[in-house]
Ligand binder design. Structure first.
Ligand code: AGP
Length: 611
């Protein structure tokens, strides 16, 4: 998943692109490059490393007003200067940047080599630009014609921006599977993977749809469909994000800022959607579909990574509160296996970015099968938000840290609201609905109490930072939280961590327990607390160290556990909103103590738009 960007206007393109690539860097950060057209020549500067490394080698006298820029997450070919984008065709007159995968790149490379084309890199992207150059070089076609013809031949996914020395005021952008958005300013247009580099110049945006190509000049653009070159009507929208939301605001890392923002983002997910005095939930995005949702034979919840952990909790909630059977599936499994899907089913996709390739493919499969599709998404205008029949935005604001934190708790909050709404409509457990809503109304204060434990958790992090393996255990609603805590730790501190159902420990993982294996145990005082205590005894009998997360004092737990983090209690179903936060903080502080690049962990990227 890369960050790609183009600019055409009156400013220094190099300045706009470098600044924008810094904002896009969370999407991929192993190499970066720009191409600027100046004096009818393309000047391309690219390097392995971060955008700041690129910034250090861009000549200050490069003042051209049109260019493209890229920050890479390597798919084909290791991170290197040669494999960095932009790539050129053999003539050197065309430069291209790409986010996605060209699946038939090998066959194309062989064909082009037979035509005398040579290659410098191992990338699939260079094959694409070489093919465009090959078509363009045959003469009689414009750059956009050559791009469109090439794209009707390639197989795979792409978000690309292309430019050519012969057409000095034109950018050509096209997308299939990898997001692209145009920022329409006054005599300037920015095209980008997402809106974060655009917001400081304009709020007017146009989201490119799959199979669409944009021909862009400084003060005009036109959209066509790639397949038949027919004009496409552009629908301009207004961005609802602010500059402050995409800046660190004095925090050391975006991840810490986003953990701390949860005191606001969790209530924001409910704003305008709950009449707490009447005990009523109202979700406009699914109002016309409530009856269909309740009429489903069963509901699939599908997602990836952290969002899949939210889906697990959503599944428990819907079955417990609404009484409809739920199947929770990894989107990558759901999309390929022979699923039983029909118009009797609903498929809910959960995705922060709204662009995750496997989750988008799962939704498209569900559509084809006639199922009702629903999105629980953060990024407005994203592909999943636009391609689902209905949905609910989580309103968490831009999440820049690669490790998802505030989006996860906002996903949970929206899942609570959806479950409560459907339970209400189904005439279920009105008393329990009111009890949960009362707790939700004041949940912000409890979140603030947990966030105030950050310094105490930093001290604990100091005791655990040198460990090499962790086990995270939980039962019921706390089992997905154990999984999420383990994922947070491993993805930003590079410490191996596994989440497990607590009772499953005896079926194998207990062999790992010794004095070097810390175990984080979700020990909330719910119906399984006594069983969890037994698990802790089994761990202590094997000299394991136990860090317990609990919501109430208990003398036996205090006797057994090496460390305890006590959080405020709330309704049992809502506890995941509270108990995940100390795990986010523990992972964050351990990673910082280990000197890890918390906001841009190695090998990772924010939005997995490749399969
Ligand atoms: C979470 O910390 C990870 N960055 C990753 O697992 C992420 O949740 C996953 O890639 C799904 O992303 P999405 O929510 O944007 O679809």
């Amino acid at each position: 998943m890369c960050g790609i960007m183009g600019y055409s206007g009156y400013r220094s393109a190099a300045e706009v692109l470098i600044k924008g690539l810094h904002r896009l860097e969370y999407r991929g950060y192993d190499s970066a490059g720009i191409s600027i057209l100046e004096d009818k020549r393309l000047h391309t500067i690219k390097t392995c490393g971060k955008v700041k490394d690129l910034e250090g080698i861009v000549p200050s006298e490069l003042t051209g007003h049109i260019g493209i820029g890229h920050t890479r997450w390597a798919t084909h070919g290791e991170p290197s200067d040669t494999n960095a984008h932009p790539h050129h065709d053999n003539s050197g007159k065309i430069a291209l940047i790409h986010n996605g995968i060209i699946e038939n790149h090998s066959a194309l490379r062989r064909y082009l080599a037979e035509e005398g084309v040579t290659f410098k890199s191992e990338t699939d992207t260079e094959v694409l630009v070489a093919y465009i150059g090959h078509l363009y070089g045959q003469g009689g076609v414009t750059l956009s014609d050559a791009v469109r013809r090439a794209l009707t031949t390639v197989v795979g996914t792409y978000g690309i921006v292309v430019m050519c020395e012969d057409e000095p005021d034109t950018l050509v952008a096209a997308r299939l599977g990898s997001p692209l958005v145009l920022g329409i300013g006054d005599n300037e247009i920015i095209v980008s993977s997402d809106a974060t580099p655009i917001i400081e110049y304009t709020r007017n945006v146009v989201y490119l749809g799959d199979g669409e190509m944009a021909v862009i000049h400084a003060s005009s653009y036109e959209l066509v469909s790639i397949s038949d070159n027919l004009p496409v009507r552009a629908s301009e929208q207004q961005l609802d994000m602010t500059i402050e939301q995409i800046e660190k605001g004095g925090y050391p890392h975006f991840m810490f800022k986003e953990i701390m923002e949860q005191v606001v983002t969790i209530p924001d997910a409910m704003r305008g959607r709950v009449d707490f005095s009447a005990g009523k939930v109202n979700l406009g995005g699914i109002r016309d579909w409530e009856a269909s949702l309740l009429d489903s034979d069963w509901i699939y919840l599908t997602a990836c990574g952290t969002s899949w952990h939210a889906a697990l909790i959503g599944g428990y909630l819907i079955e417990e509160l609404v009484g409809i059977p739920v199947k929770v599936e990894h989107a990558s499994e759901f999309r390929y296996r022979q699923s039983i899907i029909s118009d009797r089913h609903t498929v809910m996709a959960i995705s922060q970015s709204g662009e995750t390739a496997d989750t988008l493919a799962a939704i498209r499969k569900a559509h084809e099968a006639g199922a009702l599709t629903m999105g629980i998404v953060n990024a407005v205008g994203s592909s999943i938000a636009r391609e689902t029949d209905c949905g609910v935005f989580i309103h968490a604001g831009p999440e820049i840290g690669v490790a998802s934190t505030k989006a996860f708790t906002s996903q949970l909050t929206v899942l609570f609201l959806i479950s409560l709404l459907l339970a209400q409509r189904a005439g279920k457990s009105q008393q329990e609905i009111r009890a949960i809503l009362e707790e939700l109304e004041g949940i912000g204060n409890k979140v603030a109490e947990v966030l105030a434990l950050s310094d105490a958790i930093l001290v604990l992090a100091g005791e655990y930072q040198a460990c090499h393996n962790f086990l995270y255990l939980g039962r019921g609603f706390q089992y997905p939280i154990a999984l999420e805590g383990a994922l947070k730790l491993k993805e930003i501190s590079y410490i191996h961590a596994e989440g497990y159902p607590a009772a499953e420990m005896k079926h194998g993982p207990i062999a790992l327990i010794d004095e070097n294996m810390p175990v984080v145990v979700m020990a909330v005082k719910d119906g399984t607390f006594e069983k969890v205590l037994s698990n802790i005894q089994e761990i202590k009998a094997r000299r394991g160290k136990v860090l317990a997360i609990t919501d109430a004092r208990d003398p036996e737990l205090e006797e057994l556990a090496d460390h305890i983090i006590q959080v405020p209690t709330t309704h049992e179903l809502l506890l995941p909103l509270i108990t995940v936060i100390p795990l986010q903080l523990l992972a964050y502080h351990i990673a910082v103590l280990r000197g890890c690049p918390v906001d841009q962990p190695r090998n990772l990227a924010k939005s997995v738009t490749v399969e």
